[in-house]
Design a protein around this ligand. Structure first.
Ligand SMILES: NC(=O)c1ccc[n+]([C@@H]2O[C@H](COP(=O)([O-])OP(=O)(O)OC[C@H]3O[C@@H](n4cnc5c(N)ncnc54)[C@H](OP(=O)(O)O)[C@@H]3O)[C@@H](O)[C@H]2O)c1
Length: 380
């Protein structure tokens, strides 16, 4: 019986992880849950999974949950997420909150020696070097949940040699084939319609700008210790080949499956075993028009190059890029800026960023806060 805690239990990844736990009741005991505002869903989850600890976004919500479930250990806010991450009656943490708020809980869970399944890619984008160092020092295992990184991880099972290249695939998002002029006209509603994946709103917009792939390049660099110049991105509109690895004998190993996040979520939860996860099976030979691959149009989708640039510059550049992207996506979701403003402002962010050295996790937080403040005060 694996005792698991989930950050972001009401989100796209969190609910699918609970589907996997429900299918494998003999293998998982859900001991702690954390969410933001969706407390009506959290109440259902508490009734079904009977955790001992929960955390919500506000004190008001915490009081409401506390009244309904006497005896339940209820927390809230930033500290609440950290309590759940460190909870002593869990050995395994799935971090599926959205955004930079996931980084410190990941760090605290490493210090508390939890095995970590990481969906929250922002953790590694902003604080990759310190997180990898902490994992090494504490002897803790991190299992990727992102489908591309899970594919790479699966392709590396049994490998004893270093990797020559990582081949990351990307669906291309809803605006694949668009010109820069067309991109200037797109609406929020169009951007939220991903062709293949059903995901939370922030990552759906990141997929439309292709910043999601940029964030994944940085995530892959840290997870697999491969230089960014040896990480390539290829658009693969069918989202069947989830990524591949090339070894020094030029052998390429890829992982395939339907575009269903339950597969990588389940692999992280049941690793090294594989168990039924409720996904449909892949009918590989039904793709009569074939599986296709094409280059990313970098003249239109500039976020991929911005990520390469941020990782090359190092220091606080990736944290600034990540924090700025989070604020800009939120502004776009509120219809305060246009779609193209996201990448245009991010180019300015990298141009004008005054880097600081990252020695402690607090330095990453400071770089993140500073860039958020500048964008909100419109000083960029
Ligand atoms: N969805 C995917 O297919 C996918 C694939 C690969 C990687 N990821 C990564 O996984 C992470 C989660 O993505 P998602 O698509 O599952 O996002 P999502 O559907 O938006 O869910 C986000 C979760 O975070 C919680 N949350 C938001 N603000 C919070 C706060 N202030 N305090 C505590 N909890 C808060 C939400 O709670 P409420 O809903 O209750 O407010 C929800 O449970 C992201 O880092 C994303 O990049 C997602």
């Amino acid at each position: 019986m694996k005792k698991i805690a989930i950050l972001g239990s009401t989100g796209s990844i969190g609910t699918q992880a609970l589907d996997v736990a429900r299918l494998n009741k003999d293998s998982f005991s859900v001991t702690a849950l954390a969410c933001g505002d969706n407390i009506s869903l959290l109440k259902e989850q508490i009734k079904e999974f009977n955790p001992s600890m929960v955390s919500v976004k506000t004190e008001e919500h915490a009081l409401e949950i506390g009244k309904l479930f006497p005896g339940l250990d209820v927390h809230w806010g930033k500290e609440g997420l950290e309590h759940v991450a460190e909870f002593s009656d869990a050995t395994f943490l799935l971090n599926a909150v959205m955004g930079m708020r996931g980084m410190v809980p990941t760090y605290k869970a490493i210090k508390a020696h939890k095995t970590i399944a990481l969906a929250n890619k922002e953790t590694l984008v902003a604080g990759g070097e310190l997180i990898m160092e902490a994992l090494k020092n504490e002897g803790v295992t991190m299992l990727p949940v992102d489908s591309e990184h899970s594919a790479i991880f699966q392709s590396l099972q049994g490998a004893h040699n270093p990797v020559k290249r990582i081949l990351l695939t990307a669906s291309g998002g809803p605006f694949r084939g668009y010109s820069l002029a067309q991109l200037k006209e797109v609406t929020l509603e169009q951007a939220l319609k991903h062709p293949n994946w059903s995901m939370g709103r922030k990552i759906t917009i990141d997929s439309a700008t292709m910043m999601n792939k940029g964030l994944e390049i940085i995530e892959a660099k840290w997870l697999f210790d491969v230089d960014a110049e040896n990480i390539e991105v290829h658009v693969h509109p069918q989202s069947i080949v989830h990524s591949a690895v090339e070894f020094f004998d030029n052998s390429v190993i890829a992982q395939m499956g339907t575009p269903d996040m339950k597969i990588p979520i389940s692999y992280a939860m049941t690793y090294p075993k594989r168990k039924p996860c409720g996904s449909g099976s892949l009918d590989l030979f039904s793709f009569e028009k074939g599986l296709t691959f094409e280059p990313v149009d970098r003249k239109v989708f500039k976020c991929v190059d911005l990520a390469y640039e941020a990782i090359r510059m190092g220091k606080s550049y990736p944290a600034a890029l990540n924090g700025a992207n989070e604020v800009l996506v939120d502004m776009f979701l509120r219809k305060e800026i246009s779609f193209i403003d996201i990448q245009n402002t991010l180019m300015k962010v990298l141009d004008e960023h005054k880097p600081c050295t990252i020695k402690y996790i607090e330095d990453v937080e400071a770089a993140d806060e500073e860039i958020r403040r500048r964008i909100k005060e419109d000083t960029l």
